[in-house]
Design a binder for this molecule. Structure first.
Ligand code: HGY
Ligand code: MN
Ligand code: MN
Length: 396
């Protein structure tokens, strides 16, 4: 079994790797991500799993056993990455799902309910802006009519890269379990290889468009400018302060400047705020405070501001009884049950009414969405066996 995991991990390692940074570029429907998706289908077929796909590119593969009836237990994650991401965010859950099926078979276990492994597309929203796009479309919480016109940075519409329309992929799913690398240091601090999720913080992405007036960088007096870069800079500092004061998170990680010339005052700055809070009302208050300060500052700078919510995910509380059952007694006591500030397809399925649990694997760097993201093989194997135990408990 350890060989299966390491062999699969070795298959994925070179795909989408940037030699310059050591990070991964696996954007949805680009060739590295399609290569990973084809690899996943091949791995499923090699194991005799029955592969189903939907019109969005999501994949579920079922382990058919004649005696297995009733709603299925699905496990999996995603294969896309953020720009210059780590190796583990997403693929760890997919490889672990396949390895858990291998482990259950090697134990001679025969499930009484169907077990499936899954991959949802565009979890990161790195291309079309909407986080967990594939799972949202699969459960119907985002409609195809809204999603089809989402555009990437080159103006390509989602409707141009996938057929789209509908999905019945999850119609026989009774429970979902997603294993994921931890994206912070909670498990390191607790000295645990594996943890179980209690909740996902509400979070959202908001597009801030600051508009001013382009002008000469030398001849325009400082007091005559309408410079949207200043309004943006003030807003970024203000967002940091607001989030610190509230014990929450606010990040501007993406900025686009027009015309982006060294010797001109810019005409427009577009910046994306990622905000996360421990409560839905806290998220609304934080975004309102940041937007309010930015608007007030725009008034003083002679610029204007438009704010658009691109992707908002409400708080998710995972089924507490299921979390307790997943965490219970793994020979070394119970796994800790911890909250996360990161979004997941598991949150989307849970919000759609599917009982859902998440397992986290310790990340010794505590770093994620970066080439430094890491998990030790020994911890990954503990994760696989925790996932196999979970599947066994749920399908016995
Ligand atoms: O952005 C996120 O929270 C995630 O890792 N998808
Ligand atoms: Mn991620
Ligand atoms: Mn992820």
């Amino acid at each position: 079994m350890p060989d299966d995991f390491e062999r699969m991990w070795g298959d994925l390692a070179p795909v989408g790797l940037s030699r310059a940074s050591g990070g991964y570029f696996r954007q949805p429907f680009t060739s590295p991500e399609r290569e990973l998706s084809a690899w996943f289908v091949e791995q499923c077929e090699t194991r005799g799993l029955r592969v189903e796909t939907d019109s969005y590119g999501n994949v579920v593969a079922w382990w058919d056993v004649p005696a297995a009836t009733g709603p299925g237990v699905l496990t999996g994650s995603h294969l896309d990455s953020v720009l210059d991401g780590g190796a583990y965010d997403g693929p760890l859950g997919v490889v672990s799902a396949l390895a858990a099926v291998d482990l259950l078979r090697s134990r001679g276990f025969v499930p009484a309910r169907p077990i499936g492994v899954s991959v949802f597309v565009e979890e990161e929203g790195s291309r079309f802006g909407l986080a967990c796009l594939g799972s949202r479309l699969a459960v119907g919480s985002t409609s195809w009519s809204d999603a089809r016109s989402l555009r990437d940075r080159d103006g390509v519409a989602l409707g141009d890269v996938v057929e789209g329309g509908s999905s019945s992929l999850l119609s026989s799913v009774g429970t979902f379990v997603e294993l994921h690398v931890e994206q912070g240091r909670d498990l390191v601090d607790r000295g645990a290889a594996v943890g179980v999720a209690s909740e996902i913080w509400p979070h959202g992405r908001y597009r801030f468009e600051f508009t001013g007036a382009a002008n000469h960088a030398g001849t325009t007096r400082m007091e005559d400018r309408a410079d949207p870069m200043l309004t943006y800079a003030f807003t970024a500092l203000g967002a940091n302060k607001q989030a610190r004061l509230a014990g929450q998170r606010a990040t501007f990680g993406r900025v686009s400047v027009e015309p982006n010339g060294t010797n001109a005052v810019p005409s427009r700055v577009t910046a994306w705020l990622d905000a996360r809070c421990s409560s839905d009302s806290g998220l609304r208050d934080l975004v309102a405070a940041i937007s309010g300060q930015a608007t007030e500052r725009a008034g003083r700078d002679g610029t204007s501001l438009a704010v658009t919510a691109e992707s908002v995910s409400a708080s998710v509380s995972f089924d507490p009884a299921l979390a307790a059952a997943v965490a219970a007694d793994h020979g070394v006591g119970d796994w800790p049950i911890i909250a996360t500030q990161a979004g997941h397809d598991a949150g989307v399925l849970s919000a759609a009414g599917i009982p859902t649990a998440m397992l986290f694997v310790r990340n010794p760097t505590g770093v994620s969405h970066s080439p430094l993201e890491h998990a030790e093989i020994a911890d990954c194997l503990v994760g696989v066996s925790a996932l196999a135990d979970t599947l066994e408990r749920l399908t016995r």
